[in-house]
Design a protein around this ligand. Structure first.
Ligand code: PRP
Length: 215
């Protein structure tokens, strides 16, 4: 599996000096949790900005101190869905721009032996069918967690779904594109490959452990 297998018309790799610097901080094994969290927050804001570029708007009237004019309002609700745990670190990035966004939660961990996702919690707002749904998770490795999460929100009615992550493996992107070709991906980096333990190489290790300081 390599980058040449990816359909880049459905993937945005955010290219930005701040992202490049912060990815380096995140990858560094000696970065302590407090700096890891800050770097993840900053990249998250840039990724959310990019992901929200396609949020539909409607024209509204606004009255400036000078005269009436035309402005814009969001045409749909935004629902951020972090994949617990590590995805929680990206929620603030979405609410930074959309304070009124609803937050759904999906609890999922990857079995260390089988590498298959295991669901353990879900709590989603209603009327997902009318919302722009952003599933957020720092890591897209095999794609199992992302694909299950997307299937879950689709079963609850979601139609306009976007996946936002920091680091992705070509294998995960390929799988997501095969199973959910309708879901655009925004990522900060596409790494080389997965290793035998299905960890992203070079990656940054276990994002959840590093963010929460539990390693
Ligand atoms: C990590 C990561 C993703 C998943 C990616 O979570 O945050 O959710 O693995 O792997 P996949 O693409 O192969 O499914 P992890 O299982 O470490 O749980 P955690 O967030 O609770 O640490």
């Amino acid at each position: 599996m390599s980058k040449s297998d990816i359909d880049f018309s459905r993937v945005t790799v955010v290219d930005h000096p701040v992202v490049a610097r912060d990815l380096t901080i995140l990858r560094d094994k000696d970065t302590p949790p407090q700096l890891f969290r800050l770097a993840l927050s900053r990249i998250g804001i840039i990724l959310a900005y990019q992901t929200l570029k396609v949020l539909p708007t409607t024209e509204v009237e606004v009255e400036t101190p000078i005269q009436k004019s035309k402005g814009h309002a969001f045409a749909t609700n935004v629902v951020a869905v972090p994949i617990i745990r590590a995805g929680l670190g990206l929620v603030d990035a979405v609410t930074h721009f959309i304070p009124e966004a609803q937050i759904g939660h999906l609890g999922m961990y990857r079995d260390e032996k089988t590498h298959q996702p295991v669901d353990y919690y879900s709590n989603l707002p209603s009327e997902l069918d009318k919302a722009m749904v952003l599933i957020v998770d720092p890591m897209l490795a095999t794609g199992g967690s992302a694909c299950d999460s997307i299937s879950f929100v689709k079963n609850k009615g979601a139609k306009d779904i976007h996946f936002m992550c920091l680091i992705s493996a070509p294998e995960g992107i390929k799988r997501l594109q095969q199973e959910h070709p309708d879901v655009p991906i925004v990522t900060a980096a596409i790494d080389e490959r997965l290793n035998e333990q299905a960890f992203i190489v070079p990656g940054l290790g276990d994002a959840g452990d590093r963010y929460f300081g539990t390693e």
